[in-house]
Write a protein that binds this ligand. Sequence first.
Ligand code: C2E
Ligand code: MG
Ligand code: MG
Length: 687
Amino acid sequence: MTQPTLLSVVGLLAQSGVAVLIAVVFGGLLRRYWRPYLRHWTYSWIGLAVHAGAGGIAILLSQWFPVTHPARFALALAAGIAGYLQIAWLVLGTGELTAGRALRPRTSRLLLAGLTLLGAALVVAYGWDASRSDLLFTLRVTVRRLAVALAFGVGGTLISRAPRIARGIGRRVVMASFLGLGVQQLLFVSLTITPSLRASFGPYVAALGLVDLVLYVGLALGLVIWLLEEERQATMDAAARIERIAYHDGLTGLPNRQLFINQLGMALHHARRNDTMCAVLFLDLDRFKIVNDSLGHAAGDVLLQTVAERIRSTVRGEDSVTRLGGDEFAVCATDVQSPDDAVQLAERIITAVKRPIVIDGQELFVTTSLGISLFPQDANVPEDLLKTADAAMYRAKAQGRDVVERYVPEADQGALDQLDLESNLQHAVELDQLMLFYQPIVQSSTGGITGIEAMLRWNHPTRGLLMPDEFISLAEATGAIVPMGLWVLRTACAQVQEWRDRGQDQLRAAVNLSVRQLQHPDLVGHVEQILAETRLPAASLELEITESIAMRSSGRAVDSLRALKARGVRVSIDDLGTGYSSLSALRLFPIDTLKIDRSFVRGVPENTDDSAIAAAVITLGNTLGVNVVAEGVERPEQLQFFIEQRCAEWQGYLLVRPVTAMECEKLLFDNSSDEPSTLPAAHSAAL
Ligand code: C2E
Ligand code: MG
Ligand code: MG
């Protein structure tokens, strides 16, 4: 064997060994990182290993076997096909890497089949005898080297350009190795086709093989670095995402309360150092809950997002904005020169929010109530600034909404109390702090108890027993009334049904309804469910609606009442005479009972006007076939009057104040052990 032949055999086998090593490295990386392009690159280097190995053995065999020997042909064919498959897989992998997705299976198959055929055809057409360095063989080798150079060159360029590939050292090393391997092939080609060059370069050909080795090692190393960099980037992205979720509001993307408090803390620090002012603006959308209830939550979400965007674009870049939850937002404005500055900013925000918002083709107008608190005048820590701004916002709401208010320390004790009450109110139901008191409704003709009205009380942990006028309107405003009202309904129905089961089977439950409950889309469903749960017959439930609520109701509220009435539930107009309604307007309502307000009852029988009004209502009720109840009857003369006027029923302190269930039970059952209905002493006295 000549020395050059021996050298090329050893060189090819060494190249094959290195290619196997690289294939093993890529295969390992593939299993670890699962990048699809690594599979094709692994195949590509296996292809190279087969190509170089088969080529080397073929040259070795040429020493002993003739060129027509099938073993030599087979080896040459394997080397030729593997050499082109190497290119095909290299292109497929690089395409996958730079495009971010696999080529279509059809295209891949075509490429693989086409290059396989090309490799085989070139072997058959241009001879397979590597030892014969004639022109045909040289041509065959040159064509393949050019194809490899092209594949590496284009691949390297694509890798350097692909925008979606993470930039870093690893990527650059891989790219440089690709380009280097491409240039190597071109060098080999020029050596093959220019004998003069080969002659002068001869001794350094071995060095070229070494460069090849370095480039391969660089490629593998670069890829490892690249994958590690990608992994690090992915970890950092995930951490950033987690931080975003933890410190931002998902709906609007604004910082959440915690982040806002941090930002506010930094702003205060800055203001303290530079001796400047800071303002906290607390915003609450007016009547947002109505939009949410009537147009649905999706519309409510769009509304909140729009409002968030408008606030964001109204304030300066360095001011922070947060959504505190629900329809509440806050702004921290830094470097405020004077209180007027803050008020002006507040007005700009209110104006921005007030612009019509179109949702589902419907124009909405949202107003905002806004409270301002200033550092250092009103408070000097973030939480207190927020609290005082909130208290100022409450005053703005009380002023009639769509208003800006500054924090005023003395005026706000009430608002702070209110705030405190409000936050407790949200949990009153869960904490089991609500109580029902019961007041009997008495039939005038017999003195028997025919109904029981449930009166809500709140057993507040620090303030003691609170009456409805201390918390119902607040519960209305915050929406807490809905769960509270359901609790009242369920408890009252269950209690009255228990008394009915024990013999008071004519008893009805009278339950007061608030506006919110009346407008609630699920009112009918809730009532039906509670009746089913408690087994109270529909006809034994009377829902009381004050006259003023009835007058303001329309649409859904009236439909709900009609639907309830169709199911047998009774409807009563409470506090009649206080709502300035004409009785004819009330005819729109499906009414069973009218309750004369106690403000008229108080003047009966001495005050002739009150007496005349009461008498007229009773007459009207009787002609319309509606049950009339006099409420707030305190004295025997009053009862006397109502009995004489043939007012069907009454209730009042004359019999008893609203009492606990236990006391009410005594009234219901103690007077007569076997006769359910009772004849109260007060009633007998009046007769
Ligand atoms: P209302 O429905 O007109 O209830 C009658 C109110 O008059 C009760 O006050 C009752 O204690 C009081 N009262 C009864 N007899 C007399 C009397 O002879 N003289 C005087 N001066 N007062 C008498 P309360 O319990 O403070 O309730 C006030 C209002 O709060 C109720 O007026 C009702 O509108 C509302 N309310 C009570 N419970 C509930 C409830 O569960 N839900 C809703 N939405 N409102 C409720
Ligand atoms: Mg009532
Ligand atoms: Mg009343």
